[in-house]
Every structure is written in C-alpha cells, then in structure tokens.
Design a protein around this ligand. Structure first.
Ligand SMILES: [Cu+2]
Length: 118
C-alpha cells in the first residue's frame, strides 16, 4: 500500500512540473532496489528502515550521505547520466548502483516503476 501511495505522489509531482523522486529503501542491511534506474535531473532518496545507522557513500567519492539514522533519509539529485556505484561505510558488503539515463519523458516512468519493484 505504501508503495502505491508513493507512486501516486511521484506522478502528481510530475504533473505539476516538480522534480520527481525515486526512493531506495535501506532494509535488512540492503539497498532496495539494489539497482535503480532514474532519468537525469531526478532526485533519489535513501530511506533507512533499519534499526541501525547506514550511509549512502559513492564508491568514487561523488557523494557521502553521512550517517542516515533509523527512520531518516538522505536525498540528492543526479544531473549527469552515468552509472554510480555506492555502498554503506558501516557495512561494506552493502552495495548499490544508481543508473542515470538521458530521457526525462515517458519511457523513464516505466524504468522508475521497474526499478521500484525489482
Ligand atoms: Cu549500513
């Protein structure tokens, strides 16, 4: 139910021209989805659903969220296409990838939905 609520919110954001947002959950010491595809210019939000602190830290030093406490989130906008691997500083086996694509129109919403349900 919560997922659908989010999807609806994302669609509404699109309709009014606001920046869309893709959520990556941090759950059971894993990033969900582990591989997220987002269109250029979109916001990605990592939400920590665990009871311990995690981070979203770029493998190549582009960003570091710092501590994301339980029930808190970190978000950043991806303005350039590319493939961005990241991990959690406290649990180095926690790895994820954000892939940023060129298209910002119709096909990307499909990609976004796919990424969410992966
Ligand atoms: Cu962690």
């Amino acid at each position: 139910m919560k997922r659908w609520g989010f999807l609806m919110a994302a669609s509404l954001a699109c309709a009014v021209g606001a920046v869309a947002l893709t959520e990556i959950k941090i759950q059971n010491n894993a990033f969900v989805p582990q591989y997220a595809v987002v269109p250029k210019g979109e916001m990605v939000q990592w939400t920590n659903l665990d009871a311990v602190v995690h981070t979203s830290t770029s493998t190549t030093g582009i960003w570091d969220s710092g501590d994301i406490k339980p029930q808190e989130f970190y978000k950043r906008k991806f303005n350039k296409t590319g493939t961005y691997p990241y991990y959690c500083k406290y649990h180095v086996y926690m790895k994820g990838t954000v892939r940023v694509t060129e298209t910002a129109v119709a096909p990307t919403s499909f990609g976004r939905v796919k990424a969410l349900f992966r």
